[in-house]
Ligand binder design. Sequence first.
Ligand SMILES: Nc1ncnc2c1ncn2[C@@H]1O[C@H](COP(=O)(O)OP(=O)(O)OP(=O)(O)O)[C@@H](O)[C@H]1O
Length: 260
Amino acid sequence: MVKRFGHVQALQGADFTACPGEVVALIGDNGAGKSTLVNVLSGVLAPDGGEVRLEGVPVRFSGPMDAQRHGVETVYQDLSLAPDLDAAANLYLGREMLRGGVWGRLGVLDRPAMRREAVRAFAELGVELKDVTAPVTTLSGGQRQSVAVARAVAFANKVIFMDEPTAALGVVQRSRVLETVRRVADRGICVVLISHNMPEVLSVADRVEVLRLGRRVASFTAADTTIEELVGAMTGSLDGPPQHDTARTGPAVTEAEEGR
Ligand SMILES: Nc1ncnc2c1ncn2[C@@H]1O[C@H](COP(=O)(O)OP(=O)(O)OP(=O)(O)O)[C@@H](O)[C@H]1O
C-alpha cells in the first residue's frame, strides 16, 4: 500500500494479511504508518497505490460507511464519536433501531430498545455507565473509548481494526477489552490491533506485524517472540530482522499489497 501526504511518504509498500479468527497486532514506532494503513484499509483515506482484498476479492471502499457495509468496523484513534449524543445513540449512529409498525415506516427511533442494548453491550465490556442518556462529551476518556469499542464489536462481521483501543483504559477495563478482542476473533472475525503496549500485544495477538517508515519490516508468531525482539524490529536495532513464517489459518480476508 502506498500513501503520500505532500512530501511525506507515509506508506511505502506496507502489506499484510489477516485471517478469520486471528488477532494480528500492527506495531511500530511513532510515525511508522500504522494509523495511515488502517485509515486506508477502512476507507477513510484513498491510497495512492496498492490493493485491498476482502476474502480474496479486490475492494475499493468509497468511505468508512462503505467499509461498514462490507462488515469492516474500525475503532479510530480519535474515536469518531458524536460528542453531543448519548452513549446509546453513538452505538447506533447511522444504524438506528426503529419502532415497528406504522411508526417504523415513519422512522421513529426506538430509544428504549437502543438504550437496553447499549447497557448490555457496555456491561459486556465491563463499563458501568451511570447514565446512558448523558452526552458522551460528559464521559471519561476511558468510557468514551469503551463506547467506540462496543460500537465496532456490535456490528463487525468480518474485520475489526482497532487503533489503540485500550490507551485510555484502566486496568480492569483494559483486560475486559482484551478478553472481548479474543472473543470477537473466536467468532471468526479477524481483528487487527494497533498497540504500543508490548505485553498487551503478546497476551492477545496470534501474529505481530512490524511497520517501520511505511514498510512492513518483520512478522512474528506471538507465541514464539519476545518484547526485546519486537522492540528490536521496531527500532531497527536488530540486524536483518527475521521474516518468521506466518502460520495462516485460512483464506486472506484483508490484504494491503505493495503499490505498483
Ligand atoms: N493527515 C496527514 N497529513 C500529513 N502527514 C500525515 C498525515 N497523517 C499522517 N501523516 C504522516 O504520516 C506518517 C505516518 O503517520 P501515522 O499517523 O500513520 O503513524 P503511526 O504509526 O500511526 O504513529 P503513532 O504511533 O504516533 O500514532 C507520519 O510521518 C505522519 O506525520
